[in-house]
Design a protein around this ligand. Structure first.
Ligand code: ZN
Length: 157
């Protein structure tokens, strides 16, 4: 990866830290899950609204927000995640998460420039991978949860 591209990707993370997207509780949410990364002290709750799309199509995330505290990687990743999964159904979110998980565990970026690749540098710091995936885990939990707020005390990778 060129130095310029690395700089660009660092900007993505800094920007999401400075101006988190979709931060705060979502009053209209019908799915909630909480993620906890005790090794780093990161917390992340994800609130989303699943609603029917076109007839015969699976439910989609029509609204999403996150709330939490912790290191820059965890909060920037959760912020970016909310912008990527809005409008998606559960299968599409799982596919995106797989792509993101590959990026943070291998450092390999997809062929096309993707803001998810901003987190490729995380692969060099295995302890931080859980920081980067925390918000995604919470979102996946929320998608699987019943249509009532639920809290899980911890998550496993
Ligand atoms: Zn962390």
């Amino acid at each position: 990866m060129s130095a310029d591209l690395t700089d660009l990707y660092q900007q993505v993370i800094l920007d999401h830290n400075k101006r988190p997207r979709n931060r705060g509780k979502l009053p209209t949410a019908n799915r909630v899950a909480h993620g906890d990364n005790p090794t780093c002290g990161d917390q992340c709750s994800v609130y989303l609204r699943l609603a029917p799309g076109l007839p015969g199509q699976p439910n989609r995330i029509t609204e999403i927000s996150f709330d939490g505290s912790g290191c820059a990687i965890s909060q920037a990743s959760a912020s970016l995640m909310t912008t990527k999964v809005k409008g998606k159904n559960a299968a599409e979110v799982a596919a995106l998460y797989k792509e993101f998980h590959d990026i943070v565990t291998t450092g390999n970026s997809p062929d096309e420039v993707s803001d998810l690749a901003a987190f490729a540098g995380v692969h060099a710091f295995p302890a931080r991978i859980k920081c980067a995936t925390l918000g995604w885990h919470a979102a996946l939990e929320a998608l699987k949860s019943d249509s009532l707020p639920t809290t899980t005390e911890s998550h496993t990778d």
